[in-house]
Design a binder for this molecule. Structure first.
Ligand SMILES: C[S@@+](CC[C@H](N)C(=O)[O-])C[C@H]1O[C@@H](n2cnc3c(N)ncnc32)[C@H](O)[C@@H]1O
Length: 270
């Protein structure tokens, strides 16, 4: 089963590489920058906590898990057209019922440009409709996702609180937004999204997790600042990946990406 949502920055293409960094056995799976959680949907661990600082995304997951029929009720009344897209985008999520709020998120996610989540300074979603878009999930699809997500814990918030919840024997996969010192904030992933200034906080929380007996794998763009701050014992794999750069550019570019993990013994055979 693929992910429920489209998401800019999804790691779908490099899943085979990421999977080679996973420990053979672990207790619980944590994904604190989950987005569309493509790794989770690929490996479907038994016990999982998925979290993200985007409250609309987490609310939509929760509603699909717990109330797929109500979400479908709302979605089934919508048409797919540029006029309807603008009407749904213009709705204020704070005034909507729970199923309408989730349905609005799903509708916009499926039809927006490249699965990008971008907001203006007021936190209002402002991505235009795409040309090659996804389709609105059917009732059967929503019911299937609901079944799969039973037992998954969803939390909205900053990554650090989630990393701190993990305990000995757990595994954490982290995929923060890529950010370089010169990056301009364009509102991708919403206000207060992770940026370059959070790298040290991220590395510190992973060092502390490692001391508690936790395994992790971190995806990030090539970054000297990151490589200088990590523990010398961590295993680093460099990849070249063809991507849409910054979500909105039409052209693709080969970018350098890193996979960093503390399971050195298992992955040295790569
Ligand atoms: C590159 S995307 C993750 C993509 C994901 N691996 C997938 O398969 O779709 C990064 C995610 O981090 C989230 N995010 C940004 N800043 C965050 C923070 N400080 N704490 C938690 N999540 C954050 C964004 O909302 C976004 O969904």
């Amino acid at each position: 089963m693929g992910p429920l949502f489209r998401w800019a920055g999804s790691k779908r293409k490099i899943l085979p590489h990421i999977k080679r960094h996973l420990p053979p056995i672990y207790k619980r799976y944590f994904e604190p920058f989950c987005g569309s959680a493509c790794l989770y949907f690929d490996i479907r661990p038994q016990q999982a906590t998925l979290s993200d600082m985007n409250p609309e995304l987490i609310h939509a997951y929760l509603m699909v898990r717990d109330n797929p029929l109500q979400v479908h009720d709302f979605l089934s009344g919508l048409t797919v057209s540029p006029e309807e897209y603008l009407r749904i985008r213009g709705l204020d999520e704070r005034t909507l019922a729970d199923n309408e709020r989730a349905g609005r998120f799903i509708y916009l996610n499926k039809l927006c440009f490249n699965g990008v989540y971008r907001t203006n300074l007021q936190g209002k979603f402002n991505v235009p409709m795409g040309v090659r878009t996804g389709s609105i999930p059917t009732l059967d699809e929503l019911l299937d996702y609901s079944k799969v997500l039973q037992g998954v814990e969803f939390l909205a918030g900053d990554f650090q609180a989630i990393v701190d919840r993990a305990e000995e024997g757990d595994f954490i996969y982290l995929d923060p937004p890529y950010s370089k010192p010169e990056s301009r904030k364009r509102g991708e992933y919403g206000p207060n999204s992770f940026d370059f200034s959070d790298i040290q906080r991220l590395v510190d929380s992973l060092k502390s997790a490692e001391q508690r007996g936790i395994s992790f794998t971190l995806s990030y763009c090539e970054s000297d600042a990151l490589l200088e701050s990590i523990s010398p014992d961590w295993f680093v794999e460099s990849l070249s990946v063809r991507r849409h750069v910054a979500g909105f550019h039409q052209h693709r570019r080969v970018v350098g990406e890193l996979l960093i993990s503390n399971r050195t013994a298992e992955v040295r055979g790569i």
